[in-house]
Design a protein around this ligand. Structure first.
Ligand code: C2E
Ligand code: CA
Ligand code: CA
Ligand code: CA
Length: 288
């Protein structure tokens, strides 16, 4: 719409220019309002919620991990996915508060699942790149664990490859402190960044998540297949477990199994679920 407005403005002179300005103002006002509403949702603990996507261990056939994915139930706009609002929190300096809220909620929810008998289940929580510039990230993590009474073995942090590589030395120190707590670390969206083997070797990592862009054309694309093959091989040499993200077809699953991939996550197995549905999913088919 903005492009169209600009075009009209250029071609039709003054009236159109006013229209364009009006359009921009409207857009800015909308973003400001969303920002304010997001801050309120965070402060009042109303409207933000987590969905959990089960991650399947291909060897045991069990769900051993979940990924916590943030949602915002907006009063007028409906259920918003993170791509719609994370940027607002990042641009306005409260992404780390938002991620701390996610950590607390995920730890509390997982403590509930542990109490229901899922003692070894682990929840993976996403970190924004900006979180890695906060020296107190380890204490935020420790506080969330303590508050929920959750063991560190039940928690994993996901950090994107790009976030890690943008300031390797800072990230290295922080992640080491977090890992000393007993929390695992995974490198997310792997293959989309530019990490070198030297860094991968140095970073305290447990799991590597292959970005789903490499899976789109599998089994069709031989090149993508070879890349996935190579990533899995390299990860295993570095003693990292591998999660393939965005698995949508039985063919992709068969291919990944053949390559010795450790875990899969994707719509084929399960979409991200609200907590109540997740409990049913974990209880299995005989429970209902
Ligand atoms: P991500 O960490 O790469 O998370 C995986 C995304 O892929 C999720 O999107 C998930 O719903 C989607 N997905 C899972 N399986 C499939 C599949 O089979 N096919 C397709 N097409 N998509 C699949 P979602 O929930 O919209 O999250 C988008 C991104 O937002 C995440 O990407 C993550 O980077 C970020 N994010 C989510 N929650 C948080 C959070 O609490 N904090 C921060 N900082 N970022 C978050
Ligand atoms: Ca993730
Ligand atoms: Ca990812
Ligand atoms: Ca992603």
């Amino acid at each position: 719409h903005a492009d169209l407005a600009l075009y009209q403005a250029k071609n039709c002179g003054r009236n159109a220019l006013q229209f364009f300005n009006h359009h921009l103002k409207h857009k800015v006002t909308l973003e400001l309002q969303l920002e304010e509403e997001l801050r309120q949702a965070l402060i009042s603990d109303g409207g933000l919620l987590l969905h959990y996507q089960p991650i399947l261990d291909l060897r045991s056939g069990d769900v051993t991990k979940l990924e916590a994915l943030l949602r915002w139930q907006h009063p007028r706009l409906g259920l918003l996915s993170p791509d719609r609002f994370l940027g607002i929190a990042e641009a306005n300096g409260f992404i780390t508060e938002l991620d701390a809220w996610v950590l607390r909620r995920a730890c509390a929810d997982l403590a509930g699942l542990v109490a229901q008998g899922h003692a070894e289940l682990r929840v993976a929580v996403n970190c924004s790149a900006l979180d890695l510039s906060h020296d107190d990230l380890p204490s935020i993590v420790a506080t969330a664990l303590e508050g929920a009474g959750l063991r560190p073995q039940n928690l994993e942090l996901e950090v994107t490859e790009n976030a890690l590589m943008s300031s390797v030395n800072q990230a290295l120190g922080l992640l080491q402190r977090i890992r000393e707590l007993g929390v695992s670390i995974s490198i997310d969206d792997f293959g989309t960044g530019y990490s070198s083997l030297a860094y991968l070797k140095r970073l305290p990592l447990d799991t590597l998540k292959i970005d789903r862009s490499f899976l789109f054309d599998i089994p069709g694309s031989e090149a993508d297949g070879e890349i996935v093959h190579a990533i899995i091989g390299m990860a295993h040499i570095l003693r990292l477990q591998v999660v393939a993200e965005g698995v949508e077809s039985a063919e992709q699953l068969a291919f990944l199994r053949g390559l010795g991939c450790d875990f899969i996550q994707g719509y084929l197995f399960s979409r991200p679920l609200p907590l109540e549905q997740l409990a049913d999913f974990l209880a299995g088919p005989d429970a209902s």
